[in-house]
Write a protein that binds this ligand. Structure first.
Ligand SMILES: O=C(O)CCC(=O)C(=O)O
Length: 286
């Protein structure tokens, strides 16, 4: 296990970039939503994707889960798929989804125009067998493993199942991004996914000023959260699956400087992502 040093980013929580030329028609988030994101460190957008769009994504999910691929990472105990990664390079539906304007345009509003696709995955958390995600900040991995200088990446989720309080939702410490980057420990044993985790003493301290919330909602709900938000999720002992699509977009100016991890964990392609048309999932023209 490795221990990282505490990085000193007292004001490292995401703030909305000023002076980014964004066209009127690309303004997906209202000022209120942007303020909510800045204050809480996350934003929930109910019903961002329709039932038909979710069904299309779920069919693609079934195709990639069936593959024998190194990007399909299995649960330690049961061997069922926990996370399937590198999805936009494995299936055309995901190649379009990572350029979907309902994901890319809000991300550009928050983090600036020139973003690259850093990571594309589905965390499935299968009924009965889905194991926990320990308390962490995404930035620890992005910095320690990939050498991203600053906590500027955004994690954009789409619920592919109804996510309830019972089937392993994400838990957020609301506003915890204001602590900046905190000391973490590299945990390679608790689950099949090595993770830089926040120690219990720090979690206890954060809990004194930040309340816990669970991110729940119907399939099609979207979530956006920043790199320093402290989050985790419990095991799914319920009889219902919980699948969530996750796209991480990062500014080109904050790109990786290390290539220790496989490409499917942090993609090397530094092309700026360009949004497609809004109906790109159901009526693709390319
Ligand atoms: O899928 C989960 O429950 C946790 C995922 C997560 O922590 C992440 O995407 O950073």
């Amino acid at each position: 296990m490795r221990i990282n040093r505490r990085l000193d980013y007292p004001l490292a929580h995401r703030s909305v970039k000023q002076n980014v030329p964004i066209k009127e028609q690309d303004m997906y988030l209202s000022q209120e939503q942007l303020e909510e994101f800045n204050n809480n460190g996350f934003l929930v957008i109910p019903n961002l994707f329709s039932a038909e769009e979710v069904a299309e994504i779920r069919s693609a999910m079934d195709r990639v889960f069936d593959e024998d691929h190194p990007g399909n990472i299995r649960e330690k105990k049961s061997g069922v798929v926990r996370t399937a990664m590198g999805l936009h390079l494995r299936d055309e539906t995901f190649a379009r989804l990572v350029r979907h304007p309902r994901l890319v345009s809000p991300a550009q509003q928050i983090a600036g125009k020139d973003l690259y696709v850093q990571q594309v995955k589905i965390n499935v958390k299968a009924a009965f067998d889905g194991e926990l995600w320990q308390w962490h900040q995404d930035f620890s991995t992005h910095h320690e493993d990939d050498g991203c200088p600053e906590p500027l990446a955004l994690n954009l989720h789409i619920f592919l199942d109804d996510v309830t309080e019972f089937n392993g939702p994400l838990y957020f410490f609301k506003g915890s991004q204001k602590f900046g980057s905190v000391a973490t420990r590299h945990d390679t044993v608790s689950t099949s996914y090595p993770l830089w985790v926040v120690e219990e003493d720090k979690v206890r301290e954060i809990s004194k000023s930040c309340s816990l919330v669970s991110a729940t909602g119907e399939a099609g709900t979207a979530l956006i959260f920043g790199d320093c938000l402290v989050h985790g999720s419990p095991a799914n002992i319920s009889p219902s699956n919980r699948s969530i699509f996750s796209l991480i977009l990062n500014p080109l100016s904050n790109a990786y400087t290390k290539t220790n991890r496989e490409d499917f964990r942090h993609h090397r392609d530094l092309s700026a992502v360009e949004p497609l048309a809004d109906d790109c999932l159901l009526a693709p023209t390319d």
